[in-house]
Design a protein around this ligand. Structure first.
Ligand code: MG
Length: 236
């Protein structure tokens, strides 16, 4: 067995979720949820800056969650960080579940994960850590999957970088205690997911259904369907 661990992207890979449809509704939800905080769109500009700060990385002494809230609070000096954390916590409890309509389970994916684990592979959920654990777990459930299917799950609480920053993959190799040549990264985004290749990790571009269009991207080591992935890893 060449690989010891398989890193899986979530959105568009293990669950059917088109970010181009999901994101506008997610952002509209954040805007509605926070509209009492500012009248002129000021809050959404700060929210955007806080997300950009997570994507930029470069503050390795902080988690993505810390980066997000510290950047957000710079523009909102009249608010307390604790209040803001509670507001977002309520948003993920109450509003986020309404976004489920954008998601469809991917046929066979649960069986694939089970087969890989039975064959001795370590399944790790390498979803871009821009969201709290709760929002990742909800999306898994929408796709008929559960945290128990994974040995580790990236979230904004436990990560310091976002894809496609190589620091994200470097940290994940450290957490999983695995060397790059023993990992296969599987995803549907030629930029975010194939960036793992920069560290010497082999990559598998999933071309079914939700392949993200990119003008320039690295070549994957492998490409194909979920069945193709099974054939590769289970010698079928
Ligand atoms: Mg994806």
């Amino acid at each position: 067995m060449k690989y010891e661990a398989v890193f899986f992207d979530l959105d568009g890979t293990l669950i059917g979720l088109d970010m181009n449809e999901f994101l506008p509704d997610y952002l509209a939800g954040v805007q509605r949820w926070t509209r009492h905080l500012s009248e002129d769109g000021h809050f959404m500009r700060s929210f955007d800056a806080a997300v950009q700060a997570m994507l930029a990385g470069g503050r390795p002494h902080m988690t993505n969650e810390e980066v997000f809230f510290s950047r957000l609070m710079i523009d909102l000096p009249h608010l307390e960080r604790r209040e803001m954390q509670e507001l977002f916590s309520a948003f993920y409890d109450e509003f986020f579940p309404t976004l489920r309509r954008h998601c469809t389970p991917v046929t066979g994916v649960r069986r694939t994960l089970r087969r890989l684990r039975s064959a001795g592979y370590r399944n790790i959920l390498a979803t871009n850590p821009l969201f709290p654990r709760e929002a990742v777990v909800q999306r898994l459930c929408w796709g008929d999957l559960y945290p128990v299917h994974f040995e580790h799950i990236s979230t904004y609480e436990n990560s310091r970088y976002c894809k496609p920053h190589p620091g994200y993959y470097r940290d994940l190799l450290g957490v999983a205690e695995v060397s790059p040549d023993a990992v296969l990264m599987v995803g549907n985004d030629p930029v975010e997911d194939l960036a793992a290749g920069e560290l010497g990790i082999d990559t598998f571009l999933l071309e079914e259904g939700y392949l993200v269009e990119r003008e320039e991207a690295p070549e994957p080591t492998f490409r194909g369907s979920l069945q193709g992935l099974e054939r590769l890893l289970l010698n079928r």
